[in-house]
Structure formats: C-alpha cells, structure tokens
Design a protein around this ligand. Structure first.
Ligand code: 5RP
Length: 288
C-alpha cells in the first residue's frame, strides 16, 4: 500500500496535447466497442484500411472441392501471405497450426450441404468461437430465399448480439439464391440488410454499379471471388471492386485453384493494398 504521506501531485497532464478524438480508420466503426475495433484492426491493414482474406470455408457445403483436398497442404502454407483466414472450426483446428498468428474469421453457421436444400443453417456455440480466438465471426444470410431468409436473418441477428457482448465483429455473407438477379439492386439490398442487422463487415459479390452497393453500406465491404477465372480477370475483378470503394476481398477459389496460389495471393495483395493495376499485378503472379 502506498504511503498516504507520499501522494505526489501529478504534473504531467500534457496540456499542449489534446486527447485524440479523431475517427477510427474504418467506416462505421466509431460507435463500436473497443474489442470490436481491436479485432477489426487485426483484420484490416492500418495503412490501406483494406484486407485480403483467404476463404476456405467451401468444404462445409461441398466437401473436398478442387484446391481444398488437404487444408494442411493447400491452405496452411498460404497463411503467412494472407491478412486473415476464413474457414470452419473443424478444418482450422485440425489443419492450421495453432501457432498461426493471422486473425481468424470463423464461419460460425453450419447446416445443410449442396446435396439437399441449402441454407437451413444454425449457429455454433459462441464459446467455441471464443475458444478459437476468433477475430471475427461469419454467418450467411439468404436474402430473397422464401424458405430460409427469415431463419438466416434471425441467426445473423443472434450472432450480432453475441458479437456485441464479447467484442467480436460479425461478417454477413450474402448467399445468392439461384433465382436472384446478380445486380447492384440485389447486392445493395442484401448488403444493406447485413448492415442494418449489425454487421461489422459485409461479404458480397462485385457487380456493375458496385459503387452504389458500397456507398449504401455503412461498414466495410469485401468481395468474394466467385468461380475460378483466368488470373488476370480475377485481378481485374479485385481492382474494379477496390475502385468502387470495397475494403478488400475474401477470396477463395481464385487463389487456391490457381496454378500458383501463393503468387496469386501476392498479386491480389498488390491490387488491394497498393492500388496496382491488374496489368502490373499479373507480373507478380507470373514471377512467382
Ligand atoms: C459462400 C461463400 C464461400 O464459401 C466462399 O467463402 C466464397 O469464396 P470464393 O467465391 O472466392 O471462392 O462465401 O458462403
């Protein structure tokens, strides 16, 4: 216990240095908790304000798809080059070394597969996400799907409640129903629904008019890569999205199904963080 007669008056109040009241560097995050901001800072580069997430959650829907036959061999070696790893708990626990220091965006919903009616998902226990030191939790919303829209939005809202309680950002993943028009109107609506329900990050798909999708979404938007494209086209996709204001990518098949996944990841990073043109970034791919 300090001596009562040795209480020294403070004399270093930094009166010439006002408290920092500048905004947090990511849009929509000012009113979020310290925990959410801190975890967002692990995912989004402070200088660029963007991220290159590596998605390998596909197996929970479609099994050992091409490029994901062995997560330990296909994905673990790429981890150092990614800004964030997005996958399911079983594959991360079994196949990503626990000394991994990259933030984890944990797929926190689970349900049906491509063999049946999709999107009847439930949430995994939040304790498990916390035990895996998740920097973000991701769940899918099937906007526009009559059978599962309500239940996936309810799942998502519950996940946001849990994320707010524990300071973990939640990423809304917009699943596109087969009858949905893949246009800016649809993606704008789906992304906005994620944000309205409390998402800290929205994952959606690039489309013409994407600047409106991004503008109407008050939190960072990242794009999925979609089906495998020739590398230059995938870099153009990323570049177009960034030009429209996207905060990065959460890319899967266009990285892990590439002939040179590590080189492709480096090329995508050059586009996302340094604003490289696709014609410049493809040289990084070719050199890799
Ligand atoms: C739909 C998803 C995918 O599982 C995946 O993350 C998408 O990645 P990509 O389209 O780049 O392969 O988001 O739930």
């Amino acid at each position: 216990m300090a001596d009562l007669d040795d209480i020294r008056d403070g004399d270093n109040f930094g009166l010439n240095t006002p408290a920092d009241t500048t905004s947090f560097y990511l849009k929509g995050m000012n009113s979020m908790s310290w925990g959410i901001k801190n975890r967002m800072s692990r995912i989004f580069n402070r200088d660029s304000g963007r991220t290159v997430m590596l998605a390998f959650d596909h197996g929970f829907l479609m099994g050992p798809t091409s490029g994901l036959e062995r997560i330990d061999l296909n994905i673990a070696p790429l981890a150092e080059e990614a800004d964030c790893l997005m996958g399911c708990r079983g594959m991360i626990r079994t196949s990503i070394p626990a000394d991994n220091t990259k933030p984890i965006c944990l797929r926190t919903d689970s349900g049906t597969t491509i063999l049946t009616e999709m999107n009847h998902n439930v949430l995994i226990a939040e304790e498990d996400a916390i035990s895996m030191n998740a920097s973000a939790m991701a769940a899918m919303l099937a906007i526009g799907d009559a059978a599962t829209e309500a239940s996936t939005i309810a799942n998502f809202s519950r996940l946001v409640d849990l994320g707010n309680k524990y300071g973990i950002p939640v990423m809304g993943v917009t699943a596109v129903g087969k009858d949905m028009a893949r246009d800016a109107r649809y993606f704008g609506l789906a992304s906005r629904v994620c944000a309205e329900n409390g998402a800290s990050i929205v994952k959606t798909y690039y489309t013409e008019g994407f600047e409106n999708v991004v503008a109407a979404c008050p939190v960072p938007v990242v794009i999925a890569g979609g089906k495998k494209l020739p590398e230059l086209e995938a870099l153009e996709l990323a570049h177009n999205a960034i030009q429209c204001g996207a905060a990065g990518v959460d890319m899967g098949r266009n990285v892990f199904q590439s002939d040179k996944p590590l080189a492709m990841l480096r090329a995508v990073k050059e586009v996302v963080h340094n604003g490289a043109k696709p014609s410049e970034a493809i040289e990084i791919y070719h050199a890799g």
